[in-house]
Ligand binder design. Structure first.
Ligand code: SAH
Length: 461
C-alpha cells in the first residue's frame, strides 16, 4: 500500500490554494464543498473562485505567493503551471508539516486526492496512487452506475437509528444481522423512495418485536424492457440483484434473466398466446403468498408493466393485502423497437401524436374505434397484432386510412434477432406470410415509417 486512505474533516479549517485558473477552481470547488475556508493566492483569480471564496468567507490575495500564506493553514494545494513555484509551495508545506498536494505532480505531494463518488454521508474514494488518474476516473464511472444515487438518503435515515439499534442488540453479531436486513429490505426501499415516516415506523415496529430480523416480504413489479439488457433501468437492475424469488414470463429476454441474482428461485409463469403456464389470478395470488412468507419477490415483465402488462391487476391484490410493493417502469416495446428500427414515433412533419393499440382483436373486451385510428397524422403502434394483422390492415383501409400508408413490422425488437419488415397497409400481410415471422412482433403504422431508410442504425446479427 503506497498511500494511507483517510477522510479529512475540513469544516471551518483554513486551506491554502495557490493558483487561480481552471484547475485551481476545480480544487477550490471540492474544498468548499467539504466546508473548508479557502485562502486563495494568485495574481489572477477566476470569477468562480472569487465567488466561492466570498461564499465561504475566505481570503483572496491577488498577488504572488509568499511563505507566510501558509500560516494557520491545515492543508495546502498548489495548482499553478509554474513548476518552480509549485516546488516552493511543496517545500514550505513539508517544512511546516502541512499536508500538501501539487496538482498532477505526485513527487511533490504528501497526499493525493482520489476520484470521488459523493452520496454523502456515503463517500467512495478511488485512487490509482497518482499513477493513472484516468483509470481511477473510469472506475468511478463504472461504480456510479451501480451505486444508486439514493444511497445517500439511505445512509442519512439509517444513521438516525444507530444509537437505538445499538442499545437494543448488545452483541455485535445480531446487531449486524439486523442492519443487513434493514438495509436490504422494505424499510430501505421506503427510505430510498423518500417515504421516511413509513420507513421509520417499520424499523420501530421491528425493534419492538422480539425477533432479530424483518419477516415482512415485498414485491417489486419491474419492467424488464423489450429485450436488450442494456435498456434496463438502474433501479430494475438493483432490485433484480436483491430478489429472493422471480416470477417471469416469456417476453423477458434471456439476456435480462442473466442479470437476476444467481441464487434467486425462478418461477416461469408463461403467457405464450393461448398457452398460459399460469392463470392471471394464480399469479396474483402467488405474489401475495410469497411475500407473506417474507420473501422479496421480483415480478419481472417484458417492456413496461403498465402498458398491456396487467401490472395494475397484479398490484391490486397486493394493496388489498397490505403488502409493500413498488413499480419500476421499463422501456416499452414501442419505444425500444422504434428506436432500434430508426422510426421516430412522432415527427413535426408527419405525426403529431402516437397511439399504443392492442391488436388482440378476438378478446371480448377489445373495442377499437377504427374511425379515430384512420386519422393520417397519427402514428399507430399495435401490440399483439401478428395474428390479427390482415384484419387490422383491412379495417384501417375500410375506415379511410390510405392503403399506401407505410408500415413496419418489427420482430424481436432490440435483440440480436431483430428483423424489420417494411411495406404498406395493402401488402404487409402478404410480406409477413412469405417471411416466416415469429412473435413477439410490433406493428407500426404511419408516415414516420418512411424515415426508417435514412435513420436505421442497429444491425442485428
Ligand atoms: N408490457 C409490454 C407489452 C406486453 S404485450 C411492453 O410494454 O412492451 C406483448 C406484446 O408486446 C407483444 O405481442 C408484442 O407486440 C410486443 N413486444 C414486446 N416485446 C417486443 C419485442 N422485443 N419486439 C417486438 N414486439 C414486442
Amino acid at each position: 500500500m503506497d498511500y494511507f486512505p483517510v477522510f479529512l474533516d475540513l469544516k471551518k479549517r483554513r486551506c491554502l490554494l495557490v493558483g487561480g485558473g481552471d484547475v485551481a477552481t476545480r480544487k477550490g470547488r471540492m474544498l468548499a464543498k467539504a466546508g473548508a475556508i479557502l485562502r486563495v493566492v494568485a495574481p489572477e483569480i477566476s470569477s468562480e473562485l472569487r465567488e466561492l471564496v466570498a461564499q465561504q468567507h475566505g481570503e483572496l490575495f491577488a498577488r504572488e505567493y509568499t511563505r507566510e500564506d501558509m500560516d494557520d493553514c491545515v492543508l495546502a494545494v498548489a495548482a499553478t503551471d509554474i513548476e518552480h513555484l509549485n516546488k516552493i509551495v511543496s517545500d514550505d508545506a513539508k517544512q511546516k508539516n502541512i499536508p500538501v498536494n501539487v496538482v498532477d505532480t505526485p513527487a511533490l505531494c504528501t497526499y493525493i486526492t482520489p476520484a470521488v463518488i459523493d452520496r454523502s454521508p456515503l463517500m467512495i474514494a478511488i485512487s490509482s496512487g497518482g499513477e493513472t488518474p484516468v483509470l481511477a476516473r473510469l472506475v468511478r464511472t463504472q461504480m456510479e452506475t451501480v451505486i444508486p444515487a439514493s444511497y445517500g438518503k439511505l445512509a442519512q435515515v439509517a444513521s438516525q437509528w444507530r444509537d437505538r439499534i445499538k442499545a437494543r442488540f448488545n452483541d455485535g453479531d445480531s446487531r449486524r444481522k439486523f442492519w443487513e436486513k434493514i438495509l436490504q429490505g422494505p424499510a430501505a426501499e421506503l427510505m430510498m423512495n423518500g417515504q421516511e415516516d413509513a420507513a421509520n415506523q417499520l424499523i420501530s415496529d421491528e425493534l419492538a418485536s422480539d425477533q432479530s430480523g424483518l419477516t415482512q416480504g415485498e414485491v417489486y413489479l419491474v419492467g424488464g424492457g423489450p429485450g436488450d439488457p442494456e435498456l434496463l433501468t438502474l433501479r430494475a437492475l438493483r432490485l433484480m440483484q436483491q430478489a429472493d424469488v422471480v416470477l417471469y414470463d416469456r417476453l423477458v429476454s434471456a439476456g435480462v434473466m442473466e442479470l437476476v441474482r444467481r441464487d434467486a428461485e425462478r418461477i416461469y409463469v408463461g403467457k405464450r398466446r393461448n398457452e398460459h403456464a399460469m392463470e392471471q389470478e394464480n399469479i396474483n395470488q402467488l405474489l401475495v403468498d410469497l411475500a407473506k412468507q417474507g420473501k422479496r419477490v421480483l415480478r419481472l415483465k417484458g417492456g413496461d408493466p403498465f402498458i398491456f402488462g396487467r401490472g395494475g391487476e397484479e398490484i391490486e391484490l397486493l394493496a388489498q393485502n397490505n403488502i409493500p410493493f413498488q413499480v419500476v417502469p421499463g422501456i416499452t416495446a414501442a419505444s425500444g423497437c422504434a428506436a432500434y428500427a430508426g422510426i421516430p414515433l412522432t415527427h413535426r412533419d408527419y405525426a403529431q401524436s402516437v397511439r399504443f393499440v392492442t391488436g388482440h382483436l378476438k378478446s371480448d373486451d377489445t373495442n377499437l374505434s377504427w374511425p379515430e385510428l384512420a386519422n393520417p397524422s397519427q402514428t399507430l403502434v399495435f401490440y399483439m397484432g401478428l395474428v390479427g394483422l390482415r384484419e387490422i390492415c383491412a379495417s384501417l383501409v375500410a375506415h379511410g386510412r390510405s392503403a399506401t400508408t407505410p408500415v413496419a413490422l418489427i420482430e424481436k425488437g432490440t435483440t440480436q434477432d431483430q428483423r424489420v419488415l417494411i411495406s404498406d397497409l395493402n401488402s404487409i400481410a402478404d410480406v409477413v406470410a412469405a417471411n416466416d415471422v415469429h412473435a413477439p412482433t410490433l406493428f407500426i403504422v404511419g408516415e414516420v415509417v418512411k424515415l426508417h431508410d435514412s435513420l436505421k442504425w442497429f444491425k442485428a446479427k
